[in-house]
Write a protein that binds this ligand. Structure first.
Ligand SMILES: [Zn+2]
Length: 478
């Protein structure tokens, strides 16, 4: 972990530059005089970059596999993508490649164990060139820069990068990559390979979300049965299973996580038990017997039950909002309603912290409005930095000037391969530094405020809202 440059260090480097000339009243007569000189502004940008580079990040969203799983899969040569450069193009990057023309068949060859790295490069190179300027591919380059000392993927280095990638997969590589290279304090993980909660081997590094998709918002009878130890036939029993999940995992969970927005609207209506119970009984007898509105009614009832439990366990509720991962299927008319759909919940569950993930891109203005208006609405920039780095800089500047700074989390890699987290962290740090520097240069932000603000945005807010220490105490007890 790089040394954390605090407020004193920052002011020490900068000296008295622009802070004294800060614009305190927009439109005041001496605005021109208060704008720092170009030379001072250049120095200030460097200082901000250094401040942001040395401030650790709390990573509020990842899907990382367990480290031991990666090591096993490398040895057994199965499941996770092959341990070569193709892995770096297997998550998010693959979507831009396929939207740029790479066929699905060739993509599978790219991550398979059937082709040598240089043959994989021949396959992917034309498509990589077509989309090399996107945030996803920038993130790949920043990762290989951070991990393998290279600046780009090329024919002449795809083999050596592959060799280094494979050689690094050994005990301790998560700590080396996440903490020592990316300067991340710890990560919050939504494990996609377990139905509700992962019994991680590294709770200090990989805090775990409690995942509510299978038991509520897109209820799955097999998931309920697995938790209950028998088929779940009544709504009352389904509520008991949800209670059991929270009682079992809630004390060790860092948050609740739900991405049902991929399959439905975020309007969770207050469906009473009397209405939902007969629907659930029909569902239990025949999963296909419910109409779409009936299914939604059951999900609404179960998810609201989860919200009651999350509130009881003081767990923030993270909701996917905005843009969809993958390609070729996003219903934008539904996505654009996410922010508006959430207003009734924000109002009704006023003592529950809701975290709207991915800045609701491309509707980030609405996310800012929610964070400004509702005390319990928080926004997470996870994934946003690589969906659209430029829009994320604009968003951060606008958020800082519109909503309380305590309502924002600025980093989540949102990756399964740990190797891509350092690149994402570098892109985020570039963006955070740029946003803060521009606010300073434009005179909206006082230089003396920058260190505390950077610290709050990059780690302080996460420590205030997510109780990592509580989870660690409970892991010790379990
Ligand atoms: Zn995610």
């Amino acid at each position: 972990m790089a040394k954390h440059l605090g407020r004193r260090g920052f002011l020490g480097i900068t000296g008295a530059v622009a802070g004294a000339g800060m614009i305190t009243q927009k439109g005041c007569a001496n605005v021109k005089e208060s704008v720092p000189s170009l030379k001072a502004a250049g120095g200030m940008r460097k200082d901000i970059e250094e401040l942001v580079r040395t401030t650790p990040l709390v990573d509020t969203h990842e899907h990382l596999w367990e480290e031991s799983h990666r090591i096993r899969m490398k040895a057994e040569k199965k499941e996770t993508p092959a341990s070569d450069f193709g892995l770096l193009l297997s998550h998010y990057s693959d979507s831009d490649l396929q939207v740029a023309g790479l066929s699905e068949k060739d993509y599978h060859m790219l991550i398979s164990r059937e082709l040598a790295p240089r043959d994989k490069w021949k396959l992917v190179q034309p498509y990589y060139e077509r989309c090399r300027h996107t945030g996803y591919q920038l993130c790949v380059r920043e990762s290989i820069r951070a991990l393998y000392g290279e600046t780009d993927l090329r024919k002449d280095n795809c083999e050596s990068i592959s060799e280094k990638l494979a050689a690094q997969i050994q005990p301790g590589f998560y700590t080396r990559i996440l903490q020592e290279t990316a300067n991340i304090e710890y990560c919050q993980v939504n494990a996609l390979d377990t139905p509700i909660f992962r019994e991680t081997e590294q709770p200090e590094l990989l805090a775990q979300d409690l995942w509510t998709i299978g038991i509520a918002s897109q209820v799955n009878l097999a998931t309920l049965a697995r938790m209950a130890g028998e088929p779940v036939k009544t709504l009352e029993r389904a509520h008991a299973v949800i209670d059991l999940c929270f009682d079992t995992y809630g004390p060790r969970a860092i948050a609740v996580k739900d991405q049902c927005a991929y399959g439905r609207r975020l309007l969770f209506e207050n469906v009473p038990d009397d209405t939902a119970a007969p629907l659930f009984e029909r569902l239990a007898k025949d999963e296909k017997s419910l109409s779409e509105p009936e299914m939604k009614a059951v999900q609404d009832n179960l998810f609201r039950h989860c919200l009651v439990k999350a509130t009881e366990y003081h767990l923030p509720v993270k909701l996917h909002t905005g843009y969809y991962a993958g390609h070729g299927g996003m219903p934008l008319d539904r996505v654009r309603r996410n922010a508006g759909d959430l207003c009734p919940l924000l109002k009704e569950f006023s003592s529950t912290a809701f975290v709207l993930m991915h800045i609701d891109y491309p509707y980030q203005d609405e996310a800012i409005a929610l964070a400004k208006h509702y005390p319990n609405a928080y926004i997470d920039m996870c994934w946003a930095w690589i969906i659209n780095p430029s829009a994320s800089v604009r968003f951060l500047k606008e958020f800082i000037m519109a909503a309380p700074a305590c309502k924002l989390f600025t980093f989540g890699g949102d990756y399964m391969p740990v190797e891509l987290a350092p690149g994402h962290a570098r892109v985020a740090r570039m963006g955070i530094a740029r946003a803060l520097a521009e606010l300073l240069e434009e005179g909206w932000l006082a230089e003396s405020d920058a260190p505390a603000l950077a610290d709050r945005l990059m780690r302080g807010n996460a420590h205030e809202v997510f109780d990592h220490q509580r989870t660690l105490r409970n892991w010790k007890k379990s």
